[in-house]
Design a protein around this ligand. Structure first.
Ligand code: WTA
Length: 652
């Protein structure tokens, strides 16, 4: 979006003036409970980051203290250089010394209603055993392990086992297709893949092992497959390649020391979409990431010893990595984990679970909230939600109506809402209300956390004043920032550090208001945010043009009531006219290439796509067409004006 485009879109946003002060009872016991405390922390972190983060690092257990807190400049800053640490040790072992050894670490519920509780002691035993399994399969420190699993406890166990021995996990969301798994296996050169026969979703089995088998035809680096038996469905097990989890676990010991790793040892790779077609392997390292997630969990969720904490994300996304696994477990929390869909067996499932487990902190996404609104208030009203004390939101800008509903119907006007802005690349929450002090404004993620120095700038890098829309950038490095894109450091530098000189920029437009509150307006690049999941338009386009009948495709987002953004594909064919059967075929083709999350909402056939004289597809214009808006855009550079008329005529 151009600067004037950004500004226009802000001006069209209704200014939100309501504010909601935190309840005095909440503030009284909050970890951060005064404005002065926040300001002192924020200023210290900005002016003396080494001193501030060294103090914070005492919240982690180290095998060896670091020599240097911060070394080098952005983008190549290293943190806690010389230190030795292990993320798994911090999430598990260190809770075994006191009474927490008997505390529930993971309270799990499967979609069919089966449950399991793993105390910290149990988690330790399972993780140690699986770490020994990995070693037995030949996995060594630094090797990559793909994890492609349903939301079962073994997923958390597998990731922590990797962290324990210094293997780098690459978790792929279970909704991705076999092709997507193969691409990621290849990029990471994964040696082992951990999966399950399947998982449950809306009463149906998601056949994960079948997808793994198909992916392995195209990814040669993978030597061994470990399969959790979850659904009991039929699977092919190939001798010497495929092994059942439960059989491997039978003959390994439960003793396995956590390996002391360098602070900058890679912890995981997580693939995410960028502006170009190929997914990016965002790489995080151990100490900085762990510190960021540990501290933000404490500050933002105000986590206390007796909280029951539930983040509804899937561990396949960064939210699950940081706020189901590493952040909460490092703090010794009791974490609820759920396998299935929110509307199975009915639309009251989440509220039933909150009542059943007495959940006190609940963290979900705006797309889910919009679905709850549509399903009706009678679902939450059937349940006792009085255990809740704090609500969170993540993934996309939350519209004020959804915020107000969340506040009234779920929070019963009692619970602060933390609207947390961050990204796969930032590792941890960057901008968020602090629930004990921030007067929240519906739709704003409020102010930066300590250690986060954002700015809103023009394309030229000039800081902008209140209510001027621009690019949201970071001016200083922070411990949990990504270190590279796996195998492509050049792309890392170009993607995040070349648009605005001296700053980190990863795609969002924003403004700040007179009170310094930040309002994120969404992506300004070619990345769609569909139900809080990032998808690049180019990825969908390249899937479309890989179909033999397609000559050219352009993909844009359009406002969608539930998903936030829907996917609209403009397709021109090599020959002939498109019909409904071909639309269906193309939708299926995109699903097979990327996964169900990329299912197009609209396919529109066009004889050709509107282009500028230099041959660039006019995406803004297509966005207007997709949204059914009259285009306000200057069309004098259109190569063929009649194309636009044709596209509109195609609107059903
Ligand atoms: C968007 C998810 C507004 C944003 C943690 C960002 C948000 C992208 C918010 C990252 C929020 C996330 N308000 N927008 N509270 N949270 N976003 O990498 O566009 O899956 O760049 O990380 O989601 O998505 P990702």
């Amino acid at each position: 979006m151009s600067q004037s485009g950004i500004q226009k879109s802000i001006e069209s946003v209704l200014r939100e003036t309501r504010t909601f002060a935190p309840p005095a009872t909440f503030s009284a016991t909050a970890h951060i409970n005064s404005e002065q405390q926040y300001e002192a922390m924020w200023n210290r972190a900005k002016d003396d980051p080494s001193g501030f983060w060294a103090d914070m690092a005492s919240n982690l257990d180290w095998f060896r203290r670091w020599d240097t807190v911060m070394q080098g400049h952005m983008p190549d800053t290293k943190w806690f250089v010389g230190g030795k640490i292990n993320a798994c040790y911090n999430c598990v072992d260190r809770h075994l010394d006191g009474p927490n050894r008997n505390k529930a670490a993971i309270i799990w519920e499967g979609e069919p209603g089966d449950t399991r509780v793993l105390r910290y002691q149990d988690l330790h035993r399972e993780v140690c055993k699986f770490a020994n399994v990995l070693k037995k399969l030949g996995v060594q420190t630094g090797d990559r392990v793909t994890i492609y699993m349903p939301m079962v406890p073994e997923l958390a166990i597998a990731m922590l086992a990797c962290a324990r021995i210094g293997a780098v996990h690459s978790i792929i969301f279970g909704g991705f297709s076999a092709d997507a798994v193969a691409d990621r296996n290849n990029d990471a050169q994964a040696k082992v893949i951990v999966t399950a026969d399947g998982g449950w979703r809306r009463g149906k089995e998601v056949p994960l092992k079948v997808a793994v088998d198909a992916s392995l035809d195209k990814s040669a680096s993978v030597e061994k497959v470990v399969v959790v038996r979850r659904t009991g469905g039929d699977v092919d097990m190939i001798p010497d390649r495929d092994f059942w989890w439960h059989e491997l676990m039978e003959d390994v010991s439960a003793d396995c020391d956590a390996v002391p790793l360098d602070s900058e040892h890679p912890l995981f790779i997580l693939y995410t979409s960028g502006s170009t077609g190929k997914p990016k392997g965002v790489m995080h390292t151990t100490a900085g990431y762990l510190l960021g997630t540990t501290m933000t969990t404490r500050w933002v969720f105000d986590l206390k010893e007796d909280d029951t904490y539930w983040c509804t994300a899937d561990i396949g996304w960064v939210t699950g990595h940081s706020y189901i696994c590493y952040g909460p477990l490092s703090n010794g929390a009791s974490v609820v984990m759920y396998e299935g869909a929110p509307n199975w067996p009915d639309e009251g499932r989440f509220w039933e679970m909150i009542e059943k487990y007495r959940v006190s902190i609940f963290y979900t996404a705006p797309t889910a909230i919009r679905a709850f609104i549509k399903w009706g208030n009678h679902w939450p009203e059937k349940h006792d939600l009085s255990s809740l004390r704090l609500l969170g939101s993540v993934g996309e800008p939350i519209n004020p109506e959804a915020w107000m509903w969340y506040h009234k119907i779920i929070g019963q006007e009692r619970c602060p809402i933390v609207d947390t802005w961050w990204q796969t690349e930032t590792g941890a929450i960057m901008i968020s209300p602090l629930p004990g002090i921030t007067a929240t404004k519906p739709g704003s993620c409020a102010r930066p956390l300590p250690g986060v120095v954002p700015d809103i700038v023009s394309r030229e890098g000039q800081s902008l004043g209140p209510n001027e829309g621009g690019l949201l950038v970071m001016r200083q490095p922070w411990p949990s920032m990504l270190r590279t894109l796996y195998g492509d450091h050049d792309r890392f530098r170009k993607t995040y550090f070349s648009d605005v000189p001296g700053c980190y920029f990863a795609g969002d437009g924003a403004r700040h208001d007179e009170d310094g509150y930040i309002w994120v307006m969404g992506r300004v690049d070619d990345v769609l945010n569909v139900s809080g999941h990032r998808l690049s338009t180019m990825e969908v386009e390249s899937a479309l043009v890989s179909h033999p009948k397609v000559a050219e495709a352009a993909v844009v987002g359009f406002p969608h009531e539930i998903k936030g953004e829907g996917i609209c594909c403009f397709v021109s064919l090599k020959s002939g006219d498109g019909d409904d059967a071909l639309k269906k075929e193309l939708i299926g083709h995109v699903r097979n290439s990327i996964g169900a999350l990329a299912t197009p909402d609209q396919i529109r056939f066009a004889p050709s796509l509107p282009k500028t004289r230099s041959g660039k597809i006019m995406r803004r214009l297509l966005r207007d067409v997709a949204a059914g808006r009259e285009s306000t855009q200057d069309t004098t550079t259109l190569e063929d004006l009649s194309v636009l008329a044709k596209l509109r005529a195609d609107e059903e």
